[in-house]
Design a protein around this ligand. Structure first.
Ligand code: ATP
Length: 497
């Protein structure tokens, strides 16, 4: 029982349990990031298909496209960055890096769409850090108002923390100081981190706006604004926050900053909205196949009704053994329930979802990463961006409602040229709406399409098989679609005249 006064938060609480929960929530201080070089640079093993990335078709649209690089040396990055690249074990750039790095170095805005696990993070971090170094960035120091040169936003706490660790890795040995802020942790602690000095501010939208509104961060020096998982950052949930950020009184206008957006999926309507945030001559980079499922993931769809799902899962996990497996479900309650059930069945399991405390979420990821719990039951909160080595299997216990979410979920395996397996339970009572797009994604990735699924897809309605520009790229530049529609309309008018 008591009165809580914490930063701007003040509440009188009569319920001891709720009071303690709030105290825990407000005071969680995440463990500090690793200091030893070996931990900072722990390389992710590239897989047997890494070299096959070179065969992926790439399309860059827009005017005056800078030439791609073939090696990191061709990017003429500074010595420290080159050292960090080799310490990270990167021998050659992936396609999104070959094309993305020179585009950013040339000062252009970029919307990039490349398959999951193909190195988008380094594609924006490396050129940004290089530009900061070339611009003689000042060593940041303690100040009551910090003015970062770079702001990076991502939709989940775990993902933004991962991006921060990557920024720390590549800026190692430079004067550039990245800082991360995200919800579920002590605001006071994060503000103190920011005030120590901040060049690259990584944040989830809510916490970022909170710290800006407290007058601790000024935006007038922002040179780069990055939206990772950009289609998610601009969908209904986050779009108002993004608009608040770009219309903040001191945020440089789009003409006076570089705006970069990255994702593995980029629906056309979101692209059109994204264009509002960018200069008109932005470039659109598409790497890979329509629908964007990573070609290194072997996809299997099983018809399983909701009552048989648990038994089927046990059967699969028994065959898998101790290989690391992510199991996706549709609700937080189900995640808890299924994790408890699997533990009872002697599968060391942990879970991650939005109702778990941040401390528990980080513990769960840690236990999964280390292999202490080789099974992680997760909701959508873990679908995007998370880069966990040795994840060999993804199981969609419940299929998601959108195909983009499916593509991101199965992309937690088969990363960086490694191969992975995804098994999805299709329940015809609930999953008909995804049948058509699922068939398309499977066939584009040259995966087996079960006949029963084709039949469901044929009978289903509301989604389309067809992409107006054929079936090559994961997402096409929405400007091209408008152009094609314009020309089709002009042709039609001529025919009618
Ligand atoms: N050129 C490279 N050589 C070796 N490893 C690389 C290279 N580029 C990236 N990686 C590694 O590949 C892994 C996947 O990269 P990253 O997380 O940036 O993928 P992504 O495209 O952002 O995926 P997602 O769409 O899931 O967010 C990381 O561990 C990263 O360190």
């Amino acid at each position: 029982k008591g009165r809580l006064i914490h930063d701007s938060f003040c509440v009188k609480c009569d319920n001891v349990f709720i009071y303690n929960e709030i105290i825990k929530y407000l005071t969680y201080v995440p463990p500090p990031p690793p200091e030893e070089e070996s931990a900072i640079f722990a390389p992710y093993q590239t897989g047997i298909n890494f070299d096959k990335y070179d065969e992926i078709l790439v399309d860059v649209s827009g005017f005056n496209v800078p030439s791609a690089i073939l090696t990191f040396a061709e990017a003429h990055l500074c010595e420290t960055l080159n050292k960090n690249i080799s310490k990270a074990g990167y021998l050659k750039p992936t396609p999104v890096q070959k094309h993305g790095v020179p585009i950013v170095l040339a000062g252009r805005d970029l919307m990039a769409c490349a398959q999951t696990g193909s190195g988008k993070t380094a594609a924006f971090l490396l050129p940004i850090l290089e530009m900061l170094m070339r611009g003689d960035v000042a060593a940041s120091q303690f100040k009551e108002l910090q003015e970062p040169e770079v702001v990076i936003v991502a939709p989940t706490r775990e993902l933004i923390n991962q991006i921060y660790l990557e920024a720390r890795k590549f800026s190692f040995g430079t004067i550039i100081r990245p800082v991360v802020v995200y919800g579920g942790t002590s605001t006071g602690h994060q503000i103190r981190q920011v005030l120590q000095g901040c060049n690259v501010l990584c944040g989830t939208p809510g916490r970022l706006l909170d710290i800006i509104s407290k007058g601790k961060v000024g935006l007038s020096k922002v040179q780069f604004l990055v939206l990772d998982e950009a289609d998610r950052m601009l969908d209904m949930g986050f779009e108002p926050d993004m608009r608040k950020l770009v219309t903040a009184f001191d945020m440089p206008s789009k003409q006076n900053r570089q705006t970069l957006m990255f994702s593995a999926t980029f629906p056309e309507e979101i692209q059109r909205m994204a264009a509002d945030f960018m200069k008109t001559d932005y470039l659109f980079l598409a790497v890979g196949q329509v629908g964007g499922a990573c070609g290194d993931v072997h996809q299997t769809i099983l018809q399983v009704d909701q009552y048989s799902k648990r038994n089927k899962l046990i059967e699969i996990l028994t065959n898998i053994g101790i290989e690391r497996t992510m199991v996706f479900v549709d609700t937080k309650r189900k995640a808890d329930f299924l994790a408890a059930f699997l533990c009872q069945e002697n599968f060391p399991t942990t879970s991650i979802h939005g109702d778990r405390e941040q401390r528990e979420r980080e513990q769960a990821l840690g236990d999964f990463r280390s292999g202490k719990c080789p099974v992680l039951v997760a909701t959508a909160v873990a679908a995007r961006g998370l880069d966990i080595e040795h994840v060999q299997h993804v199981i969609n216990f419940d299929l998601p409602s959108t195909i983009d979410e499916y593509v991101h979920r199965i992309g937690r395996t088969g990363r960086c040229g490694n191969v992975g397996k995804a098994i999805s339970f299709f329940d015809s009572n609930t999953d008909l709406r995804i049948a058509r797009t699922l068939v398309k994604v499977l066939s584009d990735a040259q995966q087996e399409v079960p006949t029963w699924l084709e039949e469901f897809a044929f009978a289903a309605y509301g989604t389309s098989y067809h992409n107006p520009l054929g079936k090559v790229f994961a997402s096409v530049d929405s400007r091209k679609v408008s152009l094609i529609l314009y020309f089709s309309w002009e042709t039609l008018k001529k025919m009618l005249a």
